[in-house]
Design a binder for this molecule. Structure first.
Ligand code: PEP
Length: 253
């Protein structure tokens, strides 16, 4: 089986001004300098990206945008393109976060266009998928995920998957303090890997990283990361404080 380097990713959402982001990124660089066994990524607000990129230079921490538009340029007020993220120092972009889907009308079709645009520009994507509480209660978890994966990844070729990371983020666990049990996460991650194997082959399924997201904290990360198919975490709230995020990065200690 392919070795999958764990990835601990922090989504800062609409938190931290430029100076605050610079301060936090500087602390993180120091606190995580010894964490060589994991990949680390942070996604500050657009206004902080270029500033934070300077701080991260020479460190192992990667930079991501939290969203982007699929068009390369044009009259799209308030949007940024893949090239703009790259020029600001990003290697990754988060696409399809449930808050984008919920509050900004993002659809699997839009996410698919963004993913293809990111791939074409050479930006790696973290694609977020996940079911709501009602969907889980109604037994629709797997059918919802199937739809998100099939439509979100439509038209991708096996060779594109080196640039794609999946993040399973059950909507009911985001920012709520409710975490999926490690068994629930493992069950979904194994299912996703199985579906990817059917659609794109075993090599893709074995090598793609599938992150878990939803109220990940220092107290529960080790148990989640012990699961065979959990390859990392996408963290919201607990990524904002550098000390706490560093504890997540050091989950093996
Ligand atoms: C997220 O927004 O991706 C997330 C997982 O948030 P939190 O860790 O706060 O639940």
């Amino acid at each position: 089986m392919a070795e999958r380097t764990p990835l601990i990713a922090g989504n800062w959402k609409m938190h931290k001004t430029g100076p605050e982001a610079v301060q936090a990124a500087g602390e993180l660089v120091k606190l995580t300098a010894d964490a060589k066994q994991v990949d680390i990524l942070i996604a500050p607000a657009f206004t902080s990206l270029a500033l934070v990129a300077e701080i991260l230079e020479g460190s192992r921490i990667m930079l991501a945008g939290q969203n982007m538009h699929w068009e390369p340029k044009g009259a799209f007020t308030g949007e940024v393109s893949a090239d703009m993220l790259l020029a600001a120092g990003c290697s990754h972009v988060i696409l399809g976060h449930s808050e984008r889907r919920q509050f900004f009308g993002e659809t699997d079709q839009n996410i698919n266009k963004k993913l293809k645009s990111a791939l074409a520009a050479g930006l790696k994507s973290i694609i977020c998928i996940g079911e709501s509480e009602t969907e889980r209660d109604e037994g629709k978890t797997f059918s919802v995920l199937d739809k998100q994966v099939q439509n979100g990844l439509k038209g991708l070729f096996s060779e594109d998957f080196g640039e794609v990371i999946l993040a399973y983020e059950p909507v009911w666990a985001i920012g709520t303090g409710k975490t999926a049990t490690s068994q629930q996460a493992q069950q979904v991650h194994a299912y996703l890997r199985e579906q990817l194997a059917k659609a794109y082959g075993k090599t893709v399924a074995d090598s793609i990283r599938i992150l878990y997201g939803g109220s990940v904290k220092p107290e529960n990360i080790a148990e989640l990361m012990a699961m065979d198919d959990v390859d990392g975490a996408l963290v919201g709230g607990a990524s904002l404080d550098p000390q706490t995020f560093s504890r997540l990065v050091h989950y093996q200690n």
